[in-house]
Design a protein around this ligand. Structure first.
Ligand SMILES: C=C(O[C@@H]1C=C(C(=O)O)C=C[C@H]1O)C(=O)O
Length: 286
C-alpha cells in the first residue's frame, strides 16, 4: 500500500502554528513530504478541492466537509480565553459598529463566523459584513471596524492606540464559559485509507514538535522577534495563551460553536467529528 507520490501537508502561514510545525519539518523527509504554506482560507479551499492531503485548517472549514476528513487526534490551535490574534478593531463607538459595516479579513473562516455568531447572539445586532484583504488602514477606510487574524492582527494590535480592540477568544469565553478552537488538523479520508503509515508519520512528527516546543518556547520566541518584531515578553505570553491539544474541553467549546453556527444557518449540517487512528502507535505500545 501507499501513495506513489509525495504527501502534501498544508501549514498555516502564521506564528500561531509554529509550535506544531517548527521541529516537525526535520522529521519528515523532503522526498516524501511537501510542506505548502498558505493563509487559512487558501488551505481550506485547497483541502476541500482535494489538492492537498493533510492540513492545518480553519475549524469552520473542517466542519463544512467533515464527512470527507479525519481529524488528527489531540492537535489544534485553541485558546481558553484571550487569543491575542483574533481581533475586532475599531475607532468608532461600539453602537456605530453594531449598526454599521464590519470589514472581515479574506484569510479566515472560523473567526468570520465566530464574529457573525457574536454579533447575532451576543450583541443582538445585524451589521453589514464585507470581505477585504487584511490591511487595517484600508479596512477602516471602508468600514466602521475591521476583523483581523493571525500575524496581521498581532502587528495591527501594536499600533492600535486610541482604537477599541475586542479579542474574540476572550469575548467567547466571557459569554459561554468555554474555550475556542480556531484551527484543526485534518487528513482526507482517501489519503488515510491509501497510506495510513505516512499519515501516522506526519501525526507523530507534529505531536513530537508540539511537545518539544511547549517544553521551551524560547527558540520560537526569538524567531518571532527576529521575523515580526515585538518583545520577548509579548511572544512568551502569546504562545502561553494558546493551547494545542484537542481534548474534551476544547471539543466542548468547538461543539457549542458548531451548534450556534448551525442554528444561524452558517453550517448546513450537524458535525460528527471522526478521528484518524494511529495503528503504528498502538503496535509500538503493545
Ligand atoms: C489563532 C488563530 O487561529 C486561526 C484562525 C483561523 C480562522 O479564523 O479561520 C484559521 C486558522 C488559525 O490561523 C489566528 O489566526 O491567530
Amino acid at each position: 500500500m501507499g501513495l506513489n507520490r509525495p504527501i502534501t501537508i498544508g501549514r498555516i502561514d502564521y506564528t500561531n502554528v509554529w509550535p506544531i510545525f517548527h521541529y516537525a519539518e526535520d522529521l519528515l523527509p523532503a522526498d516524501r513530504f511537501v510542506i505548502d504554506r498558505r493563509v487559512p482560507s487558501a488551505l481550506n479551499a485547497a483541502m476541500q478541492r482535494g489538492e492537498i492531503d493533510i492540513t492545518s485548517m480553519s475549524s469552520y472549514a473542517y466542519a463544512q466537509y467533515a464527512d470527507h476528513f479525519l481529524l488528527l487526534p489531540d492537535l489544534s490551535v485553541s485558546a481558553k480565553g484571550r487569543v491575542n490574534s483574533i481581533l475586532l478593531i475599531t475607532k468608532e463607538p461600539m453602537e456605530k459598529v453594531l449598526g454599521g459595516t464590519i470589514a472581515m479579513t479574506s484569510t479566515s473562516a472560523t473567526s468570520i463566523n465566530l464574529l457573525k455568531i457574536l454579533m447575532s447572539m451576543y450583541y443582538q445586532a445585524s451589521p453589514a459584513f464585507i470581505t477585504m484583504e487584511p490591511s487595517l488602514d484600508q479596512m477602516l477606510g471602508s468600514a466602521d471596524a475591521a476583523l483581523l487574524i493571525g500575524d496581521t492582527a498581532i502587528t495591527a494590535s501594536w499600533r492600535s492606540e486610541g482604537f477599541t480592540v475586542i479579542d474574540l477568544g476572550e469575548l467567547w469565553r466571557n459569554w459561554t464559559g468555554c474555550g475556542m478552537t480556531f484551527a484543526l488538523f485534518a487528513v482526507r479520508k482517501e489519503v488515510a485509507a491509501a497510506d495510513p503509515q505516512a499519515v501516522s508519520q506526519v501525526l507523530q512528527a507534529l505531536t513530537a514538535s508540539k511537545s518539544r516546543s511547549l517544553k521551551d518556547t524560547g527558540p520560537l520566541v526569538h524567531k518571532a522577534m527576529a521575523q515580526l518584531g515585538g518583545t520577548e515578553a509579548y511572544w512568551r505570553q502569546y504562545f502561553q495563551g494558546l493551547t494545542y491539544n484537542f481534548g474534551t474541553e476544547e471539543q466542548r467549546g468547538l461543539s457549542l460553536y458548531f451548534e450556534y453556527a448551525r442554528s444561524l444557518g452558517l453550517l448546513d449540517q450537524d458535525v460528527r467529528m471522526e478521528f484518524f487512528v494511529d495503528h503504528t502507535a498502538l503496535q509500538v505500545n503493545e
